[in-house]
Design a binder for this molecule. Structure first.
Ligand code: UTP
Length: 404
Protein backbone atom coordinates (compact mmCIF):
# COMPACT_ATOMS: atom_id res chain seq x y z
CA UNK A 1 0.00 0.00 0.00
CA UNK A 2 1.19 3.49 -0.84
CA UNK A 3 2.27 5.57 2.13
CA UNK A 4 0.14 8.53 3.01
CA UNK A 5 1.84 11.78 2.09
CA UNK A 6 1.22 15.44 2.77
CA UNK A 7 -0.22 15.73 -0.75
CA UNK A 8 -2.69 12.95 -0.12
CA UNK A 9 -3.76 14.52 3.17
CA UNK A 10 -4.20 17.81 1.32
CA UNK A 11 -6.34 16.08 -1.30
CA UNK A 12 -8.54 14.80 1.51
CA UNK A 13 -8.75 18.34 2.96
CA UNK A 14 -6.81 17.20 6.04
CA UNK A 15 -3.86 19.61 5.80
CA UNK A 16 -3.84 20.10 9.57
CA UNK A 17 -2.82 16.46 10.02
CA UNK A 18 0.11 16.97 7.64
CA UNK A 19 1.05 20.08 9.65
CA UNK A 20 0.81 18.11 12.91
CA UNK A 21 2.99 15.38 11.42
CA UNK A 22 5.70 17.82 10.39
CA UNK A 23 6.08 18.98 14.00
CA UNK A 24 6.82 15.44 15.24
CA UNK A 25 10.12 13.60 15.66
CA UNK A 26 11.21 11.33 12.78
CA UNK A 27 10.22 8.28 14.80
CA UNK A 28 6.77 9.66 15.62
CA UNK A 29 6.28 10.62 11.97
CA UNK A 30 6.85 7.01 10.91
CA UNK A 31 4.35 5.83 13.53
CA UNK A 32 1.79 8.32 12.29
CA UNK A 33 2.24 7.32 8.65
CA UNK A 34 1.80 3.68 9.66
CA UNK A 35 -1.32 4.51 11.65
CA UNK A 36 -2.89 6.57 8.87
CA UNK A 37 -2.14 3.87 6.30
CA UNK A 38 -4.08 1.40 8.40
CA UNK A 39 -7.14 3.65 8.78
CA UNK A 40 -10.30 3.38 6.74
CA UNK A 41 -10.45 6.95 5.47
CA UNK A 42 -13.51 6.25 3.33
CA UNK A 43 -15.54 7.42 6.33
CA UNK A 44 -14.49 10.95 5.39
CA UNK A 45 -17.00 10.73 2.54
CA UNK A 46 -19.77 9.50 4.80
CA UNK A 47 -22.59 12.00 4.75
CA UNK A 48 -25.03 9.75 6.58
CA UNK A 49 -27.59 9.90 3.79
CA UNK A 50 -30.92 8.75 5.12
CA UNK A 51 -31.59 5.20 4.03
CA UNK A 52 -34.33 4.47 1.51
CA UNK A 53 -36.69 2.13 3.28
CA UNK A 54 -38.81 -0.63 1.77
CA UNK A 55 -42.45 -1.39 2.57
CA UNK A 56 -42.81 -1.33 6.35
CA UNK A 57 -45.43 -3.49 8.05
CA UNK A 58 -46.07 -4.55 11.65
CA UNK A 59 -44.56 -7.82 12.91
CA UNK A 60 -46.41 -10.15 15.22
CA UNK A 61 -44.74 -11.16 18.45
CA UNK A 62 -44.77 -14.10 20.81
CA UNK A 63 -46.47 -12.28 23.64
CA UNK A 64 -45.97 -12.58 27.39
CA UNK A 65 -49.09 -14.73 27.77
CA UNK A 66 -48.10 -17.07 24.92
CA UNK A 67 -44.68 -17.45 26.52
CA UNK A 68 -46.24 -18.15 29.91
CA UNK A 69 -48.41 -20.90 28.39
CA UNK A 70 -45.37 -22.56 26.83
CA UNK A 71 -42.73 -21.69 29.41
CA UNK A 72 -41.91 -25.23 30.40
CA UNK A 73 -41.58 -26.56 26.86
CA UNK A 74 -39.47 -23.59 25.67
CA UNK A 75 -37.25 -23.72 28.75
CA UNK A 76 -36.54 -27.44 28.34
CA UNK A 77 -35.66 -26.99 24.67
CA UNK A 78 -33.36 -24.09 25.56
CA UNK A 79 -31.69 -25.92 28.45
CA UNK A 80 -31.07 -28.95 26.25
CA UNK A 81 -29.40 -26.75 23.60
CA UNK A 82 -27.23 -25.14 26.30
CA UNK A 83 -26.26 -28.53 27.77
CA UNK A 84 -25.30 -29.73 24.31
CA UNK A 85 -22.98 -26.71 24.04
CA UNK A 86 -24.92 -25.20 21.15
CA UNK A 87 -25.37 -21.73 22.67
CA UNK A 88 -22.73 -19.02 23.13
CA UNK A 89 -23.10 -15.53 24.58
CA UNK A 90 -21.52 -12.35 23.22
CA UNK A 91 -21.22 -9.38 25.54
CA UNK A 92 -20.84 -6.12 23.66
CA UNK A 93 -18.59 -4.07 25.90
CA UNK A 94 -16.57 -1.97 23.46
CA UNK A 95 -18.68 1.19 23.76
CA UNK A 96 -17.32 4.44 25.14
CA UNK A 97 -20.23 5.15 27.48
CA UNK A 98 -19.79 8.87 26.81
CA UNK A 99 -23.24 9.79 28.16
CA UNK A 100 -22.52 8.18 31.52
CA UNK A 101 -19.25 10.08 31.71
CA UNK A 102 -17.47 7.30 33.61
CA UNK A 103 -13.78 7.17 32.74
CA UNK A 104 -13.51 3.35 32.73
CA UNK A 105 -15.29 0.52 30.91
CA UNK A 106 -19.01 0.85 31.68
CA UNK A 107 -19.12 -2.65 33.14
CA UNK A 108 -16.77 -1.47 35.91
CA UNK A 109 -19.37 0.99 37.16
CA UNK A 110 -20.46 0.22 40.72
CA UNK A 111 -24.26 0.35 40.76
CA UNK A 112 -24.39 -0.74 44.42
CA UNK A 113 -25.27 1.65 47.24
CA UNK A 114 -24.47 -0.05 50.56
CA UNK A 115 -22.44 -2.77 48.92
CA UNK A 116 -20.28 -3.16 45.86
CA UNK A 117 -22.14 -4.38 42.77
CA UNK A 118 -20.45 -3.78 39.44
CA UNK A 119 -22.41 -3.84 36.18
CA UNK A 120 -20.28 -6.75 34.93
CA UNK A 121 -21.08 -8.54 38.18
CA UNK A 122 -24.85 -8.08 37.64
CA UNK A 123 -24.55 -9.63 34.19
CA UNK A 124 -22.44 -12.56 35.34
CA UNK A 125 -24.83 -13.19 38.24
CA UNK A 126 -27.67 -13.46 35.72
CA UNK A 127 -25.65 -15.78 33.51
CA UNK A 128 -24.77 -17.95 36.50
CA UNK A 129 -28.51 -18.52 37.08
CA UNK A 130 -28.59 -20.19 33.68
CA UNK A 131 -25.40 -22.21 34.12
CA UNK A 132 -26.79 -23.54 37.41
CA UNK A 133 -30.12 -24.50 35.82
CA UNK A 134 -28.37 -26.15 32.86
CA UNK A 135 -25.50 -27.68 34.82
CA UNK A 136 -23.17 -26.36 32.10
CA UNK A 137 -21.18 -23.22 31.39
CA UNK A 138 -22.08 -21.05 28.43
CA UNK A 139 -19.08 -19.94 26.35
CA UNK A 140 -18.88 -16.18 26.86
CA UNK A 141 -17.21 -13.91 24.30
CA UNK A 142 -16.55 -10.38 25.49
CA UNK A 143 -16.02 -7.69 22.89
CA UNK A 144 -13.82 -4.84 24.08
CA UNK A 145 -12.17 -1.93 22.29
CA UNK A 146 -8.55 -0.84 21.94
CA UNK A 147 -9.25 1.75 24.66
CA UNK A 148 -10.77 -0.51 27.28
CA UNK A 149 -9.46 -4.00 26.53
CA UNK A 150 -6.66 -4.26 29.10
CA UNK A 151 -8.68 -2.61 31.85
CA UNK A 152 -11.63 -4.94 31.21
CA UNK A 153 -9.49 -8.07 31.18
CA UNK A 154 -7.63 -7.05 34.33
CA UNK A 155 -10.92 -6.28 36.06
CA UNK A 156 -12.26 -9.76 35.36
CA UNK A 157 -8.98 -11.30 36.54
CA UNK A 158 -8.89 -9.23 39.75
CA UNK A 159 -12.47 -10.18 40.53
CA UNK A 160 -12.08 -13.89 39.76
CA UNK A 161 -14.48 -13.56 36.86
CA UNK A 162 -17.23 -12.94 39.44
CA UNK A 163 -17.54 -16.68 39.94
CA UNK A 164 -17.67 -17.59 36.23
CA UNK A 165 -15.21 -20.10 34.81
CA UNK A 166 -12.28 -18.34 33.09
CA UNK A 167 -11.84 -21.25 30.66
CA UNK A 168 -15.22 -20.35 29.23
CA UNK A 169 -14.46 -16.67 28.67
CA UNK A 170 -12.78 -15.18 25.58
CA UNK A 171 -12.00 -11.51 25.05
CA UNK A 172 -11.68 -10.00 21.60
CA UNK A 173 -11.04 -6.46 20.47
CA UNK A 174 -13.25 -4.68 17.95
CA UNK A 175 -11.91 -2.41 15.25
CA UNK A 176 -11.56 1.36 15.24
CA UNK A 177 -12.59 4.05 12.77
CA UNK A 178 -11.41 7.66 12.51
CA UNK A 179 -13.41 10.36 14.26
CA UNK A 180 -14.10 13.77 12.69
CA UNK A 181 -15.08 17.15 14.09
CA UNK A 182 -18.13 19.19 13.04
CA UNK A 183 -16.31 20.26 9.88
CA UNK A 184 -15.35 16.78 8.78
CA UNK A 185 -11.73 17.20 9.91
CA UNK A 186 -9.74 14.35 11.42
CA UNK A 187 -8.78 14.99 15.03
CA UNK A 188 -5.70 14.34 17.14
CA UNK A 189 -5.81 12.10 20.21
CA UNK A 190 -4.19 12.89 23.55
CA UNK A 191 -1.33 10.60 22.45
CA UNK A 192 -0.66 12.64 19.32
CA UNK A 193 -2.08 9.98 16.99
CA UNK A 194 -5.08 10.40 14.71
CA UNK A 195 -8.18 10.12 16.90
CA UNK A 196 -10.17 6.93 16.36
CA UNK A 197 -13.11 5.31 18.14
CA UNK A 198 -14.61 1.81 18.25
CA UNK A 199 -16.51 1.06 15.03
CA UNK A 200 -19.92 0.38 16.60
CA UNK A 201 -21.63 -2.71 17.92
CA UNK A 202 -22.46 -3.99 14.40
CA UNK A 203 -18.83 -4.98 13.93
CA UNK A 204 -18.98 -7.80 16.48
CA UNK A 205 -19.26 -10.80 14.15
CA UNK A 206 -16.73 -9.45 11.71
CA UNK A 207 -14.33 -8.81 14.60
CA UNK A 208 -14.97 -12.33 15.91
CA UNK A 209 -13.93 -13.62 12.50
CA UNK A 210 -10.82 -11.42 12.31
CA UNK A 211 -9.65 -12.25 15.83
CA UNK A 212 -9.99 -16.02 15.43
CA UNK A 213 -13.03 -16.33 17.70
CA UNK A 214 -15.02 -18.06 14.99
CA UNK A 215 -12.59 -20.94 15.18
CA UNK A 216 -13.54 -21.31 18.84
CA UNK A 217 -17.22 -21.18 17.81
CA UNK A 218 -16.68 -23.81 15.09
CA UNK A 219 -14.55 -26.12 17.24
CA UNK A 220 -17.07 -26.00 20.05
CA UNK A 221 -19.91 -26.55 17.53
CA UNK A 222 -21.82 -23.54 18.79
CA UNK A 223 -24.97 -23.11 16.70
CA UNK A 224 -26.52 -20.02 18.29
CA UNK A 225 -25.03 -16.76 19.51
CA UNK A 226 -26.89 -14.53 21.93
CA UNK A 227 -25.67 -10.94 21.60
CA UNK A 228 -26.44 -8.33 24.21
CA UNK A 229 -25.48 -4.91 25.56
CA UNK A 230 -23.35 -4.36 28.64
CA UNK A 231 -25.50 -1.60 30.04
CA UNK A 232 -28.79 -3.33 30.82
CA UNK A 233 -28.33 -4.47 34.41
CA UNK A 234 -31.45 -6.68 34.27
CA UNK A 235 -30.24 -8.29 31.07
CA UNK A 236 -31.04 -12.02 30.92
CA UNK A 237 -28.70 -13.68 28.49
CA UNK A 238 -28.69 -17.21 27.15
CA UNK A 239 -32.19 -17.19 28.62
CA UNK A 240 -33.30 -20.82 28.12
CA UNK A 241 -36.94 -19.87 27.52
CA UNK A 242 -35.96 -17.35 24.81
CA UNK A 243 -33.49 -19.77 23.19
CA UNK A 244 -36.10 -22.55 23.28
CA UNK A 245 -38.82 -20.32 21.83
CA UNK A 246 -36.61 -19.35 18.89
CA UNK A 247 -35.58 -22.96 18.24
CA UNK A 248 -39.19 -24.17 18.45
CA UNK A 249 -40.31 -21.39 16.09
CA UNK A 250 -37.95 -22.66 13.37
CA UNK A 251 -36.79 -19.08 12.83
CA UNK A 252 -33.14 -18.14 12.22
CA UNK A 253 -33.03 -15.30 14.74
CA UNK A 254 -34.84 -13.84 17.70
CA UNK A 255 -35.07 -10.46 19.37
CA UNK A 256 -36.18 -9.69 22.87
CA UNK A 257 -38.70 -6.87 22.70
CA UNK A 258 -40.74 -4.82 25.15
CA UNK A 259 -44.20 -3.38 24.56
CA UNK A 260 -43.85 0.37 24.13
CA UNK A 261 -44.64 2.43 27.21
CA UNK A 262 -46.23 5.14 25.04
CA UNK A 263 -46.58 5.69 21.27
CA UNK A 264 -43.95 8.44 21.46
CA UNK A 265 -41.38 6.39 23.37
CA UNK A 266 -37.93 6.86 21.85
CA UNK A 267 -37.14 3.28 21.01
CA UNK A 268 -36.42 1.43 17.76
CA UNK A 269 -39.24 -0.98 16.89
CA UNK A 270 -39.07 -4.37 15.27
CA UNK A 271 -41.22 -4.61 12.14
CA UNK A 272 -41.17 -6.13 8.67
CA UNK A 273 -39.52 -4.36 5.76
CA UNK A 274 -40.31 -5.90 2.38
CA UNK A 275 -41.26 -9.02 4.31
CA UNK A 276 -37.91 -9.26 6.17
CA UNK A 277 -37.38 -8.42 9.85
CA UNK A 278 -36.13 -4.90 10.33
CA UNK A 279 -35.83 -2.19 12.93
CA UNK A 280 -37.21 1.28 12.41
CA UNK A 281 -35.78 3.97 14.65
CA UNK A 282 -38.23 6.21 16.51
CA UNK A 283 -37.13 9.26 14.51
CA UNK A 284 -37.88 7.45 11.24
CA UNK A 285 -41.51 6.77 12.19
CA UNK A 286 -44.30 8.85 10.65
CA UNK A 287 -47.18 10.13 12.84
CA UNK A 288 -49.42 7.49 11.23
CA UNK A 289 -47.06 4.72 12.18
CA UNK A 290 -46.62 6.01 15.73
CA UNK A 291 -50.36 5.95 16.50
CA UNK A 292 -51.60 3.13 14.25
CA UNK A 293 -53.50 0.49 16.24
CA UNK A 294 -54.65 -3.07 15.65
CA UNK A 295 -58.28 -4.21 16.03
CA UNK A 296 -57.62 -5.17 19.67
CA UNK A 297 -56.35 -1.68 20.48
CA UNK A 298 -52.63 -2.46 20.76
CA UNK A 299 -50.17 -0.30 18.87
CA UNK A 300 -49.34 -1.77 15.45
CA UNK A 301 -45.67 -0.84 15.92
CA UNK A 302 -45.53 -1.87 19.53
CA UNK A 303 -42.35 -3.84 20.03
CA UNK A 304 -39.23 -1.95 21.05
CA UNK A 305 -35.87 -3.72 20.82
CA UNK A 306 -33.59 -3.92 23.88
CA UNK A 307 -30.36 -5.09 22.23
CA UNK A 308 -30.68 -8.74 23.06
CA UNK A 309 -30.65 -10.90 19.93
CA UNK A 310 -30.19 -14.57 19.14
CA UNK A 311 -28.61 -15.43 15.79
CA UNK A 312 -28.07 -18.79 14.11
CA UNK A 313 -24.36 -19.10 13.36
CA UNK A 314 -24.69 -20.65 9.88
CA UNK A 315 -26.88 -17.72 8.82
CA UNK A 316 -24.43 -15.21 10.30
CA UNK A 317 -21.63 -16.75 8.25
CA UNK A 318 -23.53 -16.10 5.07
CA UNK A 319 -23.79 -12.39 5.95
CA UNK A 320 -20.09 -11.89 6.71
CA UNK A 321 -19.35 -10.38 3.31
CA UNK A 322 -22.19 -7.84 3.55
CA UNK A 323 -21.08 -4.30 4.35
CA UNK A 324 -23.38 -2.84 6.99
CA UNK A 325 -24.43 0.81 6.66
CA UNK A 326 -22.35 3.33 8.59
CA UNK A 327 -24.19 5.62 10.98
CA UNK A 328 -22.81 8.83 12.41
CA UNK A 329 -23.15 9.48 16.14
CA UNK A 330 -22.36 12.89 17.63
CA UNK A 331 -20.48 12.28 20.87
CA UNK A 332 -18.30 13.85 23.56
CA UNK A 333 -14.79 12.67 22.74
CA UNK A 334 -11.54 13.73 24.41
CA UNK A 335 -8.96 15.15 21.96
CA UNK A 336 -5.85 17.30 21.68
CA UNK A 337 -6.26 20.81 20.28
CA UNK A 338 -3.85 22.54 17.89
CA UNK A 339 -1.92 24.02 20.82
CA UNK A 340 -1.28 20.56 22.20
CA UNK A 341 -3.73 20.88 25.11
CA UNK A 342 -5.96 17.89 25.96
CA UNK A 343 -9.64 18.89 25.85
CA UNK A 344 -12.36 16.97 27.70
CA UNK A 345 -15.56 18.37 26.18
CA UNK A 346 -18.78 19.00 28.16
CA UNK A 347 -20.90 18.83 25.03
CA UNK A 348 -20.81 16.49 22.00
CA UNK A 349 -17.98 17.64 19.73
CA UNK A 350 -17.16 14.82 17.33
CA UNK A 351 -18.74 12.40 14.89
CA UNK A 352 -18.03 8.75 15.45
CA UNK A 353 -18.86 6.24 12.68
CA UNK A 354 -20.64 3.08 13.67
CA UNK A 355 -22.22 0.00 12.24
CA UNK A 356 -25.12 -1.24 14.34
CA UNK A 357 -26.15 -4.73 15.35
CA UNK A 358 -29.75 -3.82 14.54
CA UNK A 359 -28.79 -3.66 10.85
CA UNK A 360 -27.84 -7.34 11.06
CA UNK A 361 -31.46 -8.22 11.80
CA UNK A 362 -32.43 -7.11 8.31
CA UNK A 363 -30.02 -9.65 6.84
CA UNK A 364 -31.93 -12.51 8.50
CA UNK A 365 -34.76 -14.30 6.67
CA UNK A 366 -36.96 -14.07 9.73
CA UNK A 367 -36.83 -13.13 13.40
CA UNK A 368 -38.93 -14.15 16.37
CA UNK A 369 -40.10 -11.10 18.31
CA UNK A 370 -40.10 -12.41 21.88
CA UNK A 371 -41.85 -10.15 24.36
CA UNK A 372 -40.35 -9.63 27.81
CA UNK A 373 -41.61 -7.67 30.79
CA UNK A 374 -39.63 -4.43 30.85
CA UNK A 375 -39.89 -4.14 34.62
CA UNK A 376 -38.06 -7.47 34.91
CA UNK A 377 -35.59 -7.33 32.03
CA UNK A 378 -34.88 -3.77 30.98
CA UNK A 379 -32.85 -1.42 33.14
CA UNK A 380 -30.44 0.44 30.86
CA UNK A 381 -27.70 2.62 32.33
CA UNK A 382 -27.10 5.26 29.67
CA UNK A 383 -27.08 8.58 31.51
CA UNK A 384 -25.84 9.93 34.81
CA UNK A 385 -29.28 11.15 35.82
CA UNK A 386 -32.83 11.26 34.45
CA UNK A 387 -34.09 8.79 31.85
CA UNK A 388 -32.25 5.43 31.61
CA UNK A 389 -29.84 6.46 34.31
CA UNK A 390 -28.09 5.04 37.34
CA UNK A 391 -31.09 6.13 39.48
CA UNK A 392 -33.72 4.42 37.32
CA UNK A 393 -31.61 1.25 37.02
CA UNK A 394 -31.10 1.12 40.81
CA UNK A 395 -34.84 1.46 41.35
CA UNK A 396 -35.51 -1.40 38.93
CA UNK A 397 -32.84 -3.60 40.51
CA UNK A 398 -34.43 -3.07 43.94
CA UNK A 399 -37.90 -3.81 42.54
CA UNK A 400 -36.46 -7.14 41.38
CA UNK A 401 -35.26 -8.00 44.84
CA UNK A 402 -31.60 -7.20 44.29
CA UNK A 403 -29.96 -5.64 47.36
CA UNK A 404 -27.84 -2.65 46.57
P1 UTP B 1 -24.38 2.58 23.04
O1 UTP B 1 -25.04 2.80 21.73
O2 UTP B 1 -25.17 2.95 24.24
O3 UTP B 1 -22.98 3.32 23.01
O4 UTP B 1 -23.97 1.06 23.13
P2 UTP B 1 -21.89 3.58 24.14
O5 UTP B 1 -20.66 3.94 23.40
O6 UTP B 1 -21.78 2.42 25.07
O7 UTP B 1 -22.44 4.80 24.99
P3 UTP B 1 -22.59 6.37 24.65
O8 UTP B 1 -23.60 6.42 23.51
O9 UTP B 1 -21.24 6.86 24.25
O10 UTP B 1 -23.10 6.96 25.91
C1 UTP B 1 -24.87 -0.01 23.21
C2 UTP B 1 -24.08 -1.28 23.44
O11 UTP B 1 -23.17 -1.50 22.36
C3 UTP B 1 -21.84 -1.58 22.84
C4 UTP B 1 -21.83 -0.85 24.16
O12 UTP B 1 -20.75 -1.27 24.97
C5 UTP B 1 -23.19 -1.24 24.70
O13 UTP B 1 -23.16 -2.55 25.22
N1 UTP B 1 -20.94 -0.96 21.85
C6 UTP B 1 -21.20 0.27 21.36
C7 UTP B 1 -19.80 -1.63 21.49
O14 UTP B 1 -19.52 -2.76 21.97
N2 UTP B 1 -18.96 -1.04 20.59
C8 UTP B 1 -19.22 0.18 20.04
O15 UTP B 1 -18.41 0.66 19.22
C9 UTP B 1 -20.36 0.85 20.45
Amino acid sequence: MKNITSEMLTMLHQEHIAAHMKKQSAEKQIELVEQINGLDLSVLNNVDASEIRGKIEPISATTLSEIENNREKFTQTGLNAIREGKVGAVLLAGGQGSRLGFDHPKGMFNIGVDRRLYIFECLINNLLDVTRAAGAYIPLFIMTSADNNMETRNFFEENDYFGYSPENVWFFVQEQLPVVDKNGKLMISEHGTVLTAPNGNGGWYDSMAKTGMLRVVQNAKIEWLNVFAVDNVLQRMADPCFVGAVIESGKVSGAKVVAKAAPEEKVGVLCLEDGKPSIVEYYEMSEDMLYQREADGTLSYNYGVILNYLFRVDKLNSTLSVKLPLHRAFKKIKYMDEKGAVVVPDEPNAYKFETLVLDMVKLQDNCLAYEVDRSKEFAPVKNKTGVDSVDTAQELLRANGIEL
